[in-house]
Design a protein around this ligand. Structure first.
Ligand code: NDP
Ligand code: 8X3
Length: 250
């Protein structure tokens, strides 16, 4: 396997940080982004491979384009984009949610992902080589109470991934939607706005997916032989499955 240049959004925590560590293990080159600069610095120090860090908010289209345009020569030929930055906010029913929370999820999970994709895709098309790996979710396929806009953003990511694939077929650019279920990271702390106790309860008595599990799937997807495109890959914790339809009886 030749050395890949991998651009990861949301590399400061959870799946993104674990994915950085997994690619670093095999000495791939990394461009690590996220808003918390101090965490990017720490990760760069920790990893034994070439790392370029960019403090970046994916919701800022101009900043995304500028960051990609300013990539140093040795990092500019990006082979793999891992569109991982994302979040859920709240679990309230639709009529009780603050519109600003819905907007933040749409701006990050949908618009931010689109900004990063287009900023890097042009170069991939010119070079005739690339792979876009998006972080979807089981929430994009299965509804649950309070999942309202978060699940809808991930349904967007799933369908956008498939449509992107349709645009790019024959151009040696792969597209994959990785769709995890219950996974322990900072995700629930963010969802519950810093309430660590509430976040902990989500995983109590379970054996959830770990960020390392997800990183391994992303790594496998990116390094799988080039004659195969893994369109979607859904993984659940072994302790998780589906509920029956909810029927309210009189
Ligand atoms: P974490 O909260 O642990 O990590 C989220 C990452 O996204 C952080 O690095 C954060 O960095 C970054 N991020 C958030 N907002 C922005 C922004 N505006 N600009 C740049 N970076 C941002 O969550 P996970 O690792 O669990 O989640 C990663 C992805 O996987 C998300 O898209 C999530 O929706 C998805 N997912 C999570 C599941 C789970 O159960 N954990 C299951 C299925 C999918 P910073 O704050 O420093 O900017
Ligand atoms: C994260 C998994 O089930 O909390 O995407 O929506 S879930």
């Amino acid at each position: 396997m030749s050395q890949l240049t991998v651009f990861i959004t949301g590399a400061t925590a959870g799946f993104g940080a674990a994915t950085a560590r997994r690619f670093a293990k095999d000495k791939h080159k990394l461009i690590l982004t996220g808003r918390r600069a101090e965490r990017l610095e720490a990760l760069k120090k920790e990893l034994d491979t070439d790392v370029h860090i960019i403090p970046l908010d994916v919701r800022d289209e101009k900043a995304v384009r500028a960051a990609v345009a300013a990539l140093p020569d040795t990092f500019k030929n990006v082979d793999v984009l891992v569109n991982n930055a994302g979040l859920a906010l709240g679990l309230e029913p639709a009529h009780l949610v603050a519109m600003s929370d819905w907007e933040t999820m749409i701006d990050t999970n949908i618009k931010g992902l689109l900004y990063c994709t287009q900023a890097l895709l042009t170069g991939m098309v010119e070079r005739g080589k690339g792979h876009v790996i998006n972080l979807g979710s089981v929430a994009g396929s299965y509804p649950y109470p309070g999942g309202n806009v978060y699940g809808a953003t991930k349904a967007f990511v799933k369908q956008f991934s498939l449509n992107l694939r349709a645009d790019l077929v024959g151009q040696n650019i792969r597209v994959t939607d990785v769709e995890p279920g219950l996974a322990e990271s900072e995700f629930s702390t963010v969802r519950f706005k810093g309430d660590a106790e509430k976040a902990k309860q989500v995983y109590e008595g379970t054996d959830p997916i770990t960020p390392d599990n997800v990183a391994e799937v992303i790594y496998f997807t990116a390094t799988f032989p080039g004659n195969v495109n893994i369109n979607r890959i859904e993984l659940m914790a072994a302790c998780q499955a589906f509920s029956p339809f909810n029927v309210v009886r009189k």
